[in-house]
Design a protein around this ligand. Structure first.
Ligand code: ATP
Ligand code: MG
Ligand code: MG
Ligand code: MG
Length: 478
């Protein structure tokens, strides 16, 4: 089925065998005795070297073999003359599928800035860096499904178009079937429309959680893994307008079970990447080391593979929000007034606080629990003291929050009280509230932002560089 790919060929093909290669030229080098073509087909970070003799092909054809052009090469595998790979291909025939005029093809063989590559998101998968990132992203997604399948979870598809706003944060993209050009506008030019999806309100989902809970109340253990949208006009390196979220939801799990699952899950999928993406991770590790070369010793990051192994091999720290605030109040940056946002019980931790706890104080991932009720969502189960809720955030070095989760409130009256408290109309959530009327059960779940995981594993520093087509204010227009 289809041609042999370079990855398979490098792993299995014996010398002397005739082969057909299809891929894109990374570089071409001409010397007195040979023409060397490095070909890559995306199946691996490695190129295969094809060698032709000078004069074997017309000057016109050789000229058209340029970086970025797409070729079919037939030839035979021979032991490599140079160092590096064991085999190379002695070229017998070249067919050009597509040329790439070097005067206009933007991906020349040099390192391009990540900012520039974001402008050409349609071509950047053809770079080594993005090839590696996309293969790792794939491996992590596969590991996610494998993990939950092995643990008896069912993959539940929750709606993309929905009326509910799980977080009540008002960061939703509206969906409309109306012809906005034909609607009357007020003096400020605004349109007053509410019932816009065939007569009802609709938005793009900000989280599959509430629907996920319905699934857990029937199948016991489910997970979602789908696109999520937040209309946050945010220009941080950690936020996208469209990202993928993994949300397991489990009946009969309490907060401690939820933490255990989150920790085991993250470690397992990172372990999978360590095991199965060695070449790509090594490539990214070297890339980072090169970037670090000019930095002073104390600002250099740990080698990528070491950083990942450390997370997999060591228990996460688990502390309550109240303990975290105590640590922050006793910390040097607080005493020296170095934090931008002041610390005190009741604040929503900002990323400088989270990163202090993870990177400076504990030097490992931290699970923070039992946050004040005022700063967390209505569906989280109240603690006995009535002041805090059974929330948990998992914080990672270099990133901050990677997971947000909680034990959910299963008591109908208490949940209704919270719905009123935060000003949501219970009519809009009648279906959600009903699960607490009919056979309610203790349950818990969490949401992991998939791109934040990919960010951590690849060691990249901007979330826009770990999703094929990033959506953010002013992103590329396709
Ligand atoms: P943050 O505090 O970073 O804004 P959040 O608390 O608003 O995140 P949640 O509603 O708890 O996010 O969503 C669960 C997870 O989804 C987060 O822990 C994070 O990993 C991820 N996430 C949230 N917003 C974004 C975004 N705009 N882009 C990418 N990932 C996101
Ligand atoms: Mg947010
Ligand atoms: Mg948060
Ligand atoms: Mg959160």
């Amino acid at each position: 089925m289809g041609p042999l790919q370079i990855k398979e060929l490098l792993q299995t093909a014996p010398e002397g065998q005739g082969v057909t290669l299809k891929g894109w030229v990374r570089t071409k080098r001409e010397s007195k005795n040979a023409i060397f073509i490095a070909l890559n087909d995306g199946s691996t970070i490695h190129n295969i070297q094809a060698v032709a003799a000078p004069g074997q092909f017309s000057a016109e054809l050789v000229q058209q073999v340029t970086t970025g052009s797409c070729l079919k090469i037939t030839g035979s595998l021979i032991a490599s003359q140079g160092s590096g790979q064991a085999v190379e291909v002695k070229v017998e025939d070249i067919h050009i599928y597509g040329t790439a005029d070097p005067d206009v093809f933007p991906l020349q063989p040099k390192r391009h800035s990540l900012e520039f590559l974001r402008e050409i998101a349609h071509l950047r998968p053809r770079t080594n860096t993005f090839g590696a990132i996309l293969r790792i992203r794939h491996a992590l997604a596969f590991a996610v499904h494998q993990y939950f399948n092995d643990k008896g979870f069912f993959y539940l598809h929750t709606p993309i178009i929905t009326a509910s706003d799980a977080e009540g944060a008002g960061e939703m993209f509206r969906v409309t079937t109306l012809d906005l050009d034909k609607l009357p506008r007020n003096e400020e030019g605004q349109i007053n429309y509410k019932e816009d999806f065939f007569g009802r309100e609709a938005n793009l989902t900000v989280s599959g959680q509430l629907e996920g809970e319905l699934g857990a109340m029937a199948l016991s253990k489910i997970y979602t893994f789908g696109p999520t949208f937040r209309a946050e006009n945010s220009n941080t390196t950690r936020h996208l307008a469209e990202f993928w979220m993994i949300e397991p939801e489990m009946a009969f799990f309490e907060l401690k079970d939820n933490m255990d699952l989150a920790e085991d899950f993250v470690k397992t999928v990172i372990g999978y990447a360590l095991e199965n993406c060695k070449d790509d991770l090594h490539f990214l590790q070297n890339r980072l080391a090169e970037e670090d070369k000019n930095k002073p010793q104390n600002e250099r990051s740990l080698p990528l593979l070491e950083k990942l192994s450390f997370v997999v091999d060591n228990p996460f720290e688990r502390i309550t929000y109240t303990e975290a605030i105590d640590i922050l109040l006793k910390s040097k940056p607080h005493k020296e007034k170095k934090f931008q946002y002041p610390v005190g019980w009741g604040i929503d931790l900002s990323s400088e606080h989270e990163r202090y706890l993870v990177e400076k104080h504990f030097k490992k991932p931290v699970i923070l629990t039992n946050y004040p009720r005022e700063i967390k969502s209505f569906y989280m189960k109240l603690d006995e003291d009535g002041k805090t809720v059974r929330a948990m955030d998992v914080l990672f070095p270099g990133i901050g929050e990677i997971i947000g989760g909680s034990q959910r409130e299963e008591d109908y009256e208490k949940l209704l009280g919270r719905v009123h408290e935060v000003g949501i109309d219970p009519e809009n959530l009648w279906w959600y509230l009903e699960t607490r009327k009919f056979g309610t059960a203790p349950h818990s779940g969490f949401g992991l932002g998939f791109e934040r995981l990919v960010l951590f594993v690849t060691g990249m520093s901007n979330i826009r560089d770990v999703i094929p087509f990033p959506r953010y204010p002013k992103s590329a227009e396709f």
